[in-house]
Design a protein around this ligand. Structure first.
Ligand code: FAD
Length: 445
């Protein structure tokens, strides 16, 4: 039965625990801490890393992700650190340019491989951290994780790795693709919950050399392998290596290996190319350069659990719906997810709830369901992109298939078909648009 006499006291702040201070976690905190009164949030963000984990290479914002970034009010700070990548060069085995695709910085039509909103992951982490760390109601705990939690009596009881125990109205897993929160709320054995896309990738930095181009470069090697380089700053070169085949040593190293074992496994995959391709020795020897301490490697997967929440526990970003870096949409989904979740909490727990005699925290499970209903179609659209085909097409097996790919890119670049595509295609992924939440006090999408 509804209480027809609304409680006149201001509601106590919503107690929110966020696990993971990557992109999704701080973005969600920034939306929630700005909820208009009388709703207030008391937010704790725990991060496993001893400090802000601001590593990683270029990530891009596309379509709806750009609109979601704007709702955070951080556009000037993001613009200030944008990577000005002129375009992408496809190289042949001798390092000569076969095809060149410039970036589309007009703000209209579809972006190309080099997006207008290309940004180093670390810079976006720092922008979001700087925007939240000194706010009343936000507290970061580094080197800390959620050790265990249980839901009972309308709250989540949590024990942190530092031994402290607390009670929260909401626990949010923003802890990336290996999410521990997901493993606790999603039953094991769900079909396709973690779906490999058929590609592994490693990213790291090496010292620069005279003649390194400012454009991104891409070079295929037979056996489903490729190298890519990018140059966001003149004093270093970022190297991306990819492999779409099966290699037991790499598989084991990615699962359980140390960084040294992972680097050794990657070097092994290219050991027969050291004398065949001029660039390979530099890129592979660069794995042991001091600059390569930012080495990051992953088997690329899509995350797709049947549900993103259970009671008062919910997943946002890669933890709930990583689309794989091959879509270029991981960060955009994370920002859109943070926005929609905050909007649904504002809607379900805002003043209207109190007018109906409901305490804001009691409506949290309802907000989590709505968040999923609203965002699912967008996530499904991004997940339906044919990433396995991208992986096969972009990293062919045989020399003749690589020759065909190079010819195709040469043709597209020569006939400027890419410009036609840019002009007439949209940068949005599918028809889904960010909803408007008048209940949020952040800028409109
Ligand atoms: C180090 C790193 C480098 C990356 N580099 C790239 C890149 O170059 N290109 C690209 O496209 N994508 C990269 N990504 C992935 C990209 O950041 C995400 O796809 C996207 O931005 C969505 O962000 P997210 O916040 O959901 O996840 P993430 O950015 O992965 O953030 C998850 C955060 O949770 C923390 N965490 C993990 N486990 C726990 C735990 N048990 N308890 C508490 N905290 C935990 C992690 O340390 C991390 O800070 C990288 C991710 C990481 C973590």
């Amino acid at each position: 039965m509804l209480d027809t006499h609304p409680n006149p006291d201001p509601p106590r702040p919503l107690r929110i625990l966020i696990s993971g201070a990557g992109i999704a976690g701080p973005a969600l905190a920034l939306h929630l801490v700005r909820l208009p009164p009388p709703l207030r949030c008391d937010i704790t963000i725990v991060e496993r890393h001893p400090d802000l984990r601001a590593s990683g290479q270029q990530i891009d914002l596309r379509g709806q992700g750009i609109a979601a970034m704007r709702t955070l009010g951080i556009e000037p700070a993001v613009r200030a650190v944008i990577v000005d990548e002129p375009g992408l060069r496809f190289l042949d085995g001798r390092g000569r340019t076969v095809a060149y695709f410039g970036s589309n910085k007009t703000g209209k039509g579809a972006q190309t491989f080099s997006a207008e909103w290309e940004i180093m992951r670390g810079d976006l982490c720092r922008v979001l951290y700087a925007a939240t760390r000194d706010l009343d109601g936000v507290r970061y705990l580094f080197g800390t994780t959620v050790a265990e939690f249980e839901q009972a009596d309308g709250s989540v009881k949590v024990r942190l790795s530092d031994g402290t125990v607390g009670e929260y109205d909401l626990l949010v897993g923003c802890d990336g693709i290996g999410s521990r929160i997901r493993s606790k709320i999603c039953a094991d054995g769900q079909p396709d919950m973690i779906k490999p896309v058929g590609m592994a990738m490693a990213l790291y930095t090496i010292p620069p050399k005279e003649g390194d181009p400012p454009e991104a470069t891409w070079m295929n090697l037979p056996g489903r392998r490729y190298f890519m380089t990018r140059r966001d700053r003149p004093d270093c070169l970022r190297v991306y290596i990819g492999y779409g085949g099966h290699n037991e040593q790499l598989k084991q190293a990615l699962k359980h290996g140390s960084v040294a074992q992972q680097k050794a496994a990657w070097a092994d995959i290219f050991k027969h190319d050291m004398h065949q391709y001029a660039q390979v020795p530099r890129y592979i020897e660069g794995l042991s350069s001091p600059e390569a301490d930012d080495f990051w490697t992953q088997e690329l997967v899509q995350i797709n659990p049947a549900s993103w929440s259970q009671g008062r526990v919910v997943l946002v970003g890669d933890a709930g719906y990583c689309p794989s870096p091959l879509t270029g949409m991981g960060t955009s989904l994370a920002l859109a997810g943070a926005y929609v979740l905050a909007g649904e909490i504002a809607r379900a727990c805002g003043p209207k709830a109190r007018e109906q005699g409901v305490e804001p925290r009691d409506n949290i499970p309802r907000a989590l369901k709505e968040y999923e209903t609203v965002l699912r179609p967008f996530v499904q659209h991004v997940h339906s992109l044919p990433v396995r085909r991208y992986a096969k097409f972009g990293a062919p097996e045989s020399r003749w298939a690589i020759a065909l790919l190079r010819w195709l890119f040469w043709l597209i670049a020569t006939l400027r078909i890419d410009l036609l595509f840019q002009r007439f295609a949209s940068d949005d992924r599918g028809p889904w648009q960010l909803p408007d939440y008048p209940e949020l006090s952040t800028p409109k999408p």
